[in-house]
Write a new protein. Structure first.
Length: 231
């Protein structure tokens, strides 16, 4: 019940933020963008039956660094590097979270699952590289981090088949889409739909990742049912 209430509050806050981004006033952006993340963080905090305590705390810390990144990026001064570093740390922490209770595998299947992320990364690098100037190295490092994060989310899903892992994987994929749209808008040229695309996928991504914390109970039975159907 509390999760549903917090989700509704997050949707309302995100909608008001998006409206303010396009129509103003600017102070509402400063209010509703971090407030949306606060509601999302509370969803992870109040999860009573998490996958594991380590997973829960890692996700919460990652969300907090994301909140810091949001604040840096929305301020009128150019704090893009500070925001980039904050989100880079958030992705590294998410990688740690997605590795909790999951084996590190170097099988053909595991390496094969990496291929789509590598291909996507190469495409984005080709698209952005001529336009990033002196930001080439930071952008490349960030790109590698977020793609590894998404890959590890997929690996967690493929190994555990937990509902929470699936939510986190979808969230990670949406995060990649959001940051890709943000990078194109910043380096290749601004476009009108960018704000809606970036924020819509971003808030959905963080919400799904936060929601994944609470799917620790009953997943064993669901996993057995899933395996029996697929087998």
């Amino acid at each position: 019940m509390l999760t549903a209430v917090l989700t509704l509050l997050a949707i309302m806050s995100a909608s008001l933020n998006l409206r303010a981004e396009y129509l103003g006033p600017q102070y509402q952006v400063y209010l509703f963008k971090p407030l949306t993340m606060v509601f999302i963080i509370l969803i992870a905090i109040q999860a009573r039956k998490p996958v594991s305590a380590r997973y829960k705390y890692a996700i919460i810390v990652g969300l907090l660094f994301s909140l810091a990144g949001d604040i840096f990026l929305m301020l009128p001064t150019d704090l893009f590097i500070a925001g980039l570093v904050s989100f880079l740390i958030a992705h590294l922490i998410y990688i740690v979270a997605f590795r909790v209770d999951v084996r590190l595998r170097f099988s053909g299947r595991s390496l094969g699952s990496l291929a789509p992320f590598v291909i996507y990364g190469v495409i984005m690098f080709v698209v952005l590289a001529p336009y990033v100037g002196g930001m080439l190295v930071p952008v490349l490092v960030y790109m590698v981090a977020i793609l590894v994060m998404a890959w590890q989310a997929e690996e967690r899903w493929s190994q555990t088949r937990q509902r929470g892992a699936l939510l986190a994987f979808i969230g990670a994929a949406l995060f990649v889409i959001s940051d890709s749209a943000l990078a194109v808008n910043r380096f290749r040229g601004q476009y009108y739909a960018a704000t809606a695309l970036v924020l819509g996928t971003y808030f959905a991504a963080q919400w799904l990742i936060a929601l994944s914390v609470g799917y620790g109970s009953g997943d064993e039975k669901w996993q057995e049912s899933h395996e029996s159907r697929s087998g």
